[in-house]
Structures are given as C-alpha cells and as structure tokens.
Design a protein around this ligand. Structure first.
Ligand code: NAG
Ligand code: NAG
Ligand code: ZN
Length: 510
C-alpha cells in the first residue's frame, strides 16, 4: 500500500516537472521579485495616475507633455536610449494651434542575435471629473477590495508600467534581458493618435527596420478572469446621407401634402439599409467577407462566455443570436450596420409641426477582412441612389463616406502568439481566449500596413475594467500578473526565436 502511494507520488512529481507550466529557476526568481515589490509597483502607478494627462481638453496639454517626460525618464532609468520626437501642431476647431506632446521612441539592447520586440502604449487619458459620478477621486489611485481605481489605471498607464516594470525586474536581478526591446509611447491616443501615422511612416526604415514583433497592450480581456490575446479588429466606415427639399423649413399646415418631404425620403433610405435581424441589404456587401475557418470555430468553443452575464453587462433583455459561435462570428467576422442619428430633425419633447428642409442621416458599417473600403463606398452610394430614384422625389440626395478605418487580422500561428500563450500558461495556469474585437482599433492595422511586421494585441486588463468610464480600474492582481506575463513573454519569445533561427524549417511546421 505504502509502496503504491509513493509510486503514484513519484509519477505525479515526474509529471509535474515536465509539465509545460513548470517554472525555471530564473522564472521563479523573477516572479518572486515581482510579488515582493508589489507595493512599489502600485506606488509607481499611483504617481502616474496623479498626472491629469487628458489629451482631449487643450488646456491640459502641458500635463500630457509632463506625463510623456515622466515616462521617458522611467525608460532612461532602465538604461534605454530615449528620443522625444516632435510631431508638430494640432489645429483646434476654433482655428487655434497648440503643440502636440512628443512621442517617445526608446530602445534597449542591440544584440543582432536577439529578436527585437517593440511595445506600443499611451500615457494620455480620457477626461475625468469627480462631478461625472466618480465614487473615488479619479486622479488619486484608490484601492478597494483588490481593485485599483483611477483614470488611466487600465487604459493605458497600468499596461505601460507593467512593461517597464517587467524590464526593471530583469535589471534588478541582474538577469540578461533576452530580447532587444523598443518602446513607442504616445500622448495623443485618446484624441485619435494625431501625428503618429506620419511618424511611423518616417521611421519605417529606421526605428522599425530591425523590429521583429510589435506588441500593443491597450485593450482588455473578454472575460473578467480568463486572459485573452486579440488578433483582429473590425474596421469602421461612417456615412452621411443628406436629403434637401428646399431653402427653408416649411409648415405642414401650409404645404403638407403638396411637397416631397426630406424626412420621409431619408427614413425610407435608412430603412432600406438593414433588416430587423441585422442583415445588411446593400447588394454585394458580403461578397468579399472572409469565410469563418474551422480553426476559428474551434477557438470559439474554448472561449469562456456566459450569455446571461453578457446580456446583463450590456443591459439588454434579448440578443439576436444565442450560441457563442453565432455571436462571435457576427461581432468579429461579419460586417454590421448601425444607424446613429438624424441631424436637422426635431427631437425636443412636445409637438412642432415643421417640415425640415434638410436632414442628414448618420450610419456606420463595421467592416471585416477582406472587404475593400472604396468598393463598399461605391456599393452603398449606388444602392441608396437606386432606392431614392424609385421614390421619384424631387429632392436632392447627397451620400458621403466621412471616415473609413480598415479592419485588421493577424496570423495567430506567428511565433509571438505562441510565446504569449506560453507566458499566459505559466502565469495564469490556463490557455488564453483567442479573440477579435468588434470595435475598431486603427493602430494595429496602421502598424501592420506601414511596417509589415507581425502585430499582436496583448491585454492585461479584465472585461469589467470600465475603460473611459467613471469606474475605471485595474485589479491589483491583473496589474502584478501583467508584469509577470510580460517578463515571461520576453523569455519565451527569445527561446522560440532562437529555435526558429536554428531550424528555419520549423517555421512552416507551426
Ligand atoms: C495654424 O497652423 C496652420 C498650419 O500650419 C496655419 O495655416 C494657420 O495659419 C495657423 N493658425 C494660427 C491661428 O496660427
Ligand atoms: C487620496 O486619497 C486618500 C484616501 O484614499 C487621501 O488620504 C489622500 O489625502 C488623497 N490625496 C490627494 C492628493 O487628494
Ligand atoms: Zn487606450
């Protein structure tokens, strides 16, 4: 009996030591150091949150610049060589010009035998005022039940500091950093990353030339407990449809019944776009949509998803679909069309018997690979013109696409996704959800298009972090585990990269 038990224990012990999640001595030291310095790391974050680096309100621009300089100083402390790049001015709607905060380009290490990982993040934040309904002071980091509340905690100061602290840990322990690491940190993300694309374009043959992997940490998991890696985002095209019936508003008593009304035309046009099940009625719009692959379907099965909780979190009673596969494919792999509003319409309470002379409908289409923006623009315009001509209205129609951002999708078999998965297994003891985002994050596509490098979105925040809300937080454990997972990622990508270089044929086998 005793013999049997000890044999089993021996087998178990043997099984453990060869499990992929077992830690090397180096990893043990790194994780212990991070655990032991938790409070210091949280204090770092408190210091950063205290800077009101709101990039939306021009009067706070100096604070954004101050924040960028604080981040630059932290990178200098790591021994990185840091450049602050001027990206010019921002022209405000008022006509006034204000300067943009500089963008940080930093690098640490230039060993040609190591891979080069470039991290992107931002240190500006959305506006926040206690009067907006914050329960805690937004710029005073406050810990409640293991959650660190404050503006920028999860978006995106926490993730930026997690990267910096991961590198700091290697330094503190005198462990060689296994990769060359670059940082691109900006201060205008919340205002649309003004000036960034031009800078990336200028730097593609310089700063980016030796970069192997670009990692963006600026989104959140799909779950509150299970980590995720994001490999795609939808694009967005915003349209306006204008119908004009005359020079001035009319009275329905005086002319109602004898003129073609702009509002009726517009409502017919908007109603022709999408049916009640969300199916877009514009002919040809689904032609270029990439089909859902078997691999992706399998991934969906593994994603942790509670339909009831999800419905509660978005505050609706019913959604159109009831299986995970249908929900994710409609959110991530299929386009959607939403109608947002009508400019020029009467919307106050009460009665007003006006016939508006000019109304503008606003709608957007979230598009997916491999839809082409300009082709879609033509399809939409042609379709609306056809619907309009059938009405035989004498009014004037103008359709325009005001803005178009392209969708992004990455190859999840790329080494950096493998490395991130391994790091997540080590720190969280589980596989990540492999997810896409139904929203539009143009930066991933921008990096991919301009630099042609592999791009991955590697979030550390949880689904309930409330980015941009009055309850923004990151949990202490997500922040601390985030530091660990980034440190672990650097070790894993260096190992994988080495294997690939020694046996390039392996690359095609992954
Ligand atoms: C703002 O900058 C633009 C472009 O450089 C320039 O044309 C314009 O005159 C400037 N406006 C003011 C108020 O200085
Ligand atoms: C931040 O909040 C703490 C209590 O959570 C308070 O003691 C401290 O004075 C506050 N600091 C500032 C700068 O408001
Ligand atoms: Zn962000």
């Amino acid at each position: 009996m005793i013999f049997c038990i000890s044999l089993i224990m021996l087998l178990l012990a043997g099984g453990n030591s060869s499990s992929p999640n077992s830690l090397s001595q180096e990893e043990e030291r790194i994780f212990q150091y991070i655990d032991g310095h938790q409070d210091e790391f949280v204090q770092n974050l408190a210091g950063w949150v205290a800077v009101e680096s709101d990039s939306i309100q021009p009067h706070l621009r100096a604070e954004v610049t101050r924040m960028v300089k604080i981040a630059a100083a932290s990178l200098q402390d790591l021994g990185a060589s840091v450049m602050l790049r001027d990206t010019g001015i921002q022209q405000l709607p008022s006509g006034q010009n204000i300067s943009l905060p500089p963008v940080i380009l930093a690098k640490l290490g230039e060993d040609p035998l190591k891979p080069t990982v470039c991290f992107y993040g931002h240190v500006d934040v959305m506006p926040a005022k206690i009067q907006d309904g914050w329960k805690t002071s937004p710029y005073n980091l406050t810990e409640i039940d293991g959650n660190l509340f404050g503006r920028g905690t999860t978006d995106d100061k926490g993730p930026v500091l997690a990267w910096i602290n991961a590198v700091k840990t290697f330094k503190a322990l005198n462990i060689e950093i296994p990769v060359n690491i670059k940082f691109l940190i900006e201060g205008m993300e919340e205002a649309g990353s003004i000036g960034l694309e031009e800078l990336v374009e200028k730097e593609k043959e310089h700063f980016f030339s030796d970069v192997n992997y670009i990692v963006i940490s600026d989104n959140i998991w799909l779950s509150t407990t299970k980590p995720a890696l994001t490999y795609g985002t939808r694009g967005n095209a915003c349209f306006s449809v204008q119908v004009e019936c005359g020079e001035k508003d009319l009275h329905s008593g005086s002319v109602g019944g004898i003129v073609h009304e702009a509002m009726s035309d517009l409502i017919a046009l908007l109603d022709s776009l999408v049916n009640s099940c969300g199916h877009i009625l514009v002919p040809g719009i689904y032609d270029d949509v990439a089909p859902l692959t078997e691999e992706e379907k399998k991934q969906y099965e593994l994603i942790e998803f509670d339909l009831k909780e999800y419905k509660a979190s978005i505050g609706v009673k019913e959604i159109i679909y009831d299986t995970k596969e249908e929900i994710f494919s409609h959110l991530w792999c299929l386009p959607s069309l939403s109608i947002h509003g009508i400019e020029g319409a009467f919307y106050e309470p009460g009665i007003k018997t006006v016939i508006p002379s000019r109304v503008i409908g606003k709608f957007s289409i979230r598009q997916v690979p491999h839809m082409d923006l300009s082709k879609m623009e033509c399809q939409v315009k042609r379709y609306l013109e056809r619907i309009f001509s059938k009405r035989k209205s004498s009014n004037k129609l103008t359709v325009s696409m005001e803005m178009g951002a392209k969708p992004w999708v990455a190859n999840i078999n790329d080494p950096q996704y493998e490395a991130a998965k391994k790091a997540i297994q080590k720190v969280f003891n589980q596989d990540p959800d492999m997810i896409r985002d139904g929203a539009t994050i143009p930066i991933a596509r921008m990096f991919q298009d301009i630099t042609k490098k592999s791009v991955m979105m590697f979030p550390i925040g949880a689904a309930d972090d409330g980015e941009h809300s009055q309850k923004e937080k990151i949990s202490r454990s997500n922040y601390i585990n985030g530091i660990k997972v980034f440190a672990s990622f650097l070790l894993e990508i260096s190992k994988l990269h080495k294997t690939l270089q020694e046996a390039p044929s392996l690359k095609t086998m992954t």
